[in-house]
Design a protein around this ligand. Structure first.
Ligand code: LMR
Length: 396
């Protein structure tokens, strides 16, 4: 029966890594998958993580199962890191998941139970897995206008116009910060207007926050989410520790559901644990134990925050350096938007042919929609990249 499978399509992001590895050119640059890299192109293990792991190795005296919903320390610490004091803790149900992607999956699973006929609204463009997972699960999807290809900023008017068709019970998926793939973020006044709209229409907000601390800072990046959480009666959140703790392969994430009151949150909590049981039983423990330990320990937390801040500042510096280099190489301010974008990515607005030429003629690997991972340009790689971009993109 297995021959019935269709040949698998390469993932638009992960597929790129394979072609990159096979490229023998030494000066090649990988700007594909969203992992942080240092000047040597290495994704380091954070020192706070190493210390927590060492302590865990010493102190952990059992590998018996934790609870189905995951470790309480991790879930409480993450709830506070993301939500601050925006809502009463007893209104928030939490579920440890394998990465942020696992959290998205479990939130979609919840919607399958609560409102299977809903439409899921996804920004156009968005992280490709949002669309493919929702489609795979049989949901109706609607893309909403997001990015203005001319200005490379959010097209706020077009986005708000799309939202006029939101229906009660629809799921509106928003990126909490550091929009992936564009790097263009919704401003706080627009977040306020969207909050008013979801309340008026009775739509369900779902905020995916995978890059907290990579944009303007830990609290600043969570501010729009916290604002919305403080006003809406109900909300979904998926958060990831892949990027801000560098725990990519350990798969650490959390789904949070804000309910209208404490007793409803308790009902939700029980159902979330069952969803873990139905899909994979227990989420992996190691990375979550590390995160819980770091956040609960004043010294480790301070060290982690300093390391995260250093990564953030490095990416901001690369943004400015790249914008300057492109200004010089292209003799134009066309790419100045790169300095205004935030987070790990920017969409450059190059066409497929230009992206291909960058790959084939210059060994520079961008995702097909011209998204670049800013961290891939560490170690002054922005200079050869700017020269190559100027060659393929004639701009004025
Ligand atoms: C990305 O967008 O590159 C990351 O979120 C990694 C992934 O899983 O796609």
């Amino acid at each position: 029966m297995f021959e019935k499978f269709q040949p698998a399509k390469a993932d638009p992001i992960l597929g790129l890594s394979k072609i990159f590895q096979a490229d023998p050119r030494t000066e090649k640059i990988d700007l594909g998958v969203g992992v942080y890299k240092d000047d040597n192109g290495i994704t380091p293990v954070m020192s706070s993580v190493k210390k927590a792991e060492a302590r865990l190795l010493q102190e952990q005296n059992s590998k018996a199962y934790v609870s189905l919903a995951g470790a309480e320390l991790f879930r409480d610490q993450m709830r506070d890191l993301v939500l601050g004091d925006a809502v009463a803790a007893d209104r928030v149900a939490t579920l440890q998941t394998p990465g942020g992607t696992g959290a998205i999956r479990q939130i979609f699973e919840s919607m399958k139970v609560l409102n299977p006929d809903c439409t899921i609204w996804i920004s156009d463009p968005s992280w490709p897995s949002h669309m493919s997972m929702a489609t795979h699960m049989g949901f109706k999807i609607r893309g909403y206008s997001y990015f203005d290809n001319e200005t490379r900023l959010v097209d706020t008017a077009a986005m708000m116009a799309s939202f006029q068709d939101l229906k009660a019970g629809d799921l509106l998926l928003l990126h909490g910060c550091c929009h992936n793939p564009t790097g263009a973020n919704i401003d706080i006044d627009t977040w306020k207007a969207i909050t008013d709209l979801v309340i008026e229409k009775g739509a369900m907000p779902f905020i995916d926050i995978a890059y907290q601390g990579f944009g303007d800072g830990l609290d600043q990046d969570a501010a729009p989410l916290r604002y919305m959480a403080s006003r809406v009666p109900e909300m979904f959140i998926a958060a990831s520790c892949s990027k801000n703790f560098g725990l990519y392969r350990d798969r650490v994430g959390i789904a949070m559901i804000i309910a209208k009151d404490a007793s409803t949150a308790e009902l939700v909590q029980g159902n979330l644990a069952v969803l873990n049981r139905l899909n994979y039983s227990f989420a992996p423990d190691h990375g979550a134990a590390v995160v819980g330990m770091i956040l609960a320990d004043a010294d480790l937390r301070a060290e982690w925050m300093a390391e995260l801040e250093q990564m953030r500042m490095t990416m901001l510096t690369i943004r400015q350096d790249l914008a300057n280099a492109l200004r010089q190489q292209c003799n134009s301010d066309h790419f100045d938007f790169i300095a205004h974008h935030r987070g790990m990515f920017s969409r450059l607005g190059l066409n497929a042919e230009q992206v291909l030429s960058l790959r084939e003629d210059h060994g520079m690997y961008l995702v097909g929609d011209s998204r670049i991972n800013i961290a891939g340009l560490a170690g002054k790689r922005h200079l050869p990249f700017a020269i190559a971009v100027a060659k393929v993109a004639a701009v004025s």
